[in-house]
Design a protein around this ligand. Structure first.
Ligand SMILES: Nc1ncnc2c1ncn2[C@@H]1O[C@H](COP(=O)(O)OP(=O)(O)OP(=O)(O)O)[C@@H](O)[C@H]1O
Length: 237
């Protein structure tokens, strides 16, 4: 469903992403972990086409990621949600529904508003929303077109405990529906329960990429937690 081959992204002369290759099978949920500055957001932004890659190839559903056909397959929830100041919450959904030709968008939006406690906020303008509410609107907009693959960059940041719980539940449901998800996070325990595989980045490289099962075997052998393993793999030499 996603293939990243030899991705390099330089900012000026500095390599933020250093020739990485990985793939996600359909229905796989992969947690992308790594310390600050590891290159997680840069990787995601290159995949979704918000940043121009320096070199490498990226395919989504077998289609080059810059083609419209590839863009129809995914939604991206950015680290910093941006909403339209002068659209209400409901109008955001209408806008997405029209852009992606979503049927029954009003009913689908109501369900999402319920889940994210936005029902009484649906007539609020984007500019009047708190950071957490913006994040919730961004997640609702991403889920409305029912995409095959979802890229979440730090989805839990700014959410209240109830919304975090709901997002975890939605991850489980999306996984059950066979969706492919790449989620970058610092909250290791938030992916531990849903991820099929964990990918760990450091200094623009992938330093760990294994199934949870294999990681758990390693953890058992070393009597360590996922957090211990993460810290071990990303420690400075
Ligand atoms: N616009 C930019 N211009 C120059 N350098 C950048 C820019 N954005 C990111 N970088 C650098 O690229 C590297 C990777 O940054 P990136 O934001 O991808 O890391 P991250 O793993 O997402 O970090 P965090 O967990 O803090 O969000 C860092 O060294 C960062 O300083």
């Amino acid at each position: 469903m996603l293939e990243v081959i030899g991705l390099v992204k330089k900012y000026g002369k500095a390599n933020a992403v250093n020739d990485i290759t990985f793939s996600l099978q359909g229905g796989e949920v992969v947690g992308l972990l790594g310390p600050n500055g590891a290159g997680k957001s840069t990787t995601m932004k290159c995949i979704v086409g918000l940043l121009r890659k320096t070199s490498g190839e990226i395919y989504i559903g077998g289609i080059d990621h810059m083609q419209v056909g590839a863009k129809k397959l995914f939604s991206y929830i950015p680290e910093t949600p941006s909403v339209y100041d002068l659209l209400t919450v409901k109008e955001h959904m209408q806008f997405i529904a029209q852009a992606y030709k979503v049927d029954n968008w009003q009913e689908k939006s109501e369900v999402l508003f319920e889940t994210y406690d936005l029902t009484d906020k649906k007539d609020k303008l984007g500019r009047d929303l708190s950071k957490g509410m913006r994040q919730k609107v961004s997640i609702c907009c991403a889920l409305l077109p029912d995409p095959q693959i979802l890229f979440f960059d730090e989805p839990m940041i700014g959410l209240d405990p109830k919304a975090i719980r709901n997002t975890k539940r939605i991850f489980k449901e999306l996984k059950e529906q066979g969706k492919t998800i790449l989620v970058s996070t610092h909250l290791i325990d938030s992916v531990e329960s849903i991820a099929d595989r964990i990918m760990i980045m450091k200094d623009g490289n992938i330093v760990g990429n294994d199934t949870l099962e294999n990681l758990k075997i390693q953890m058992k052998e070393n009597d360590s937690s996922l957090e211990d393993l993460f810290l071990e793999l990303t420690k400075d030499e």
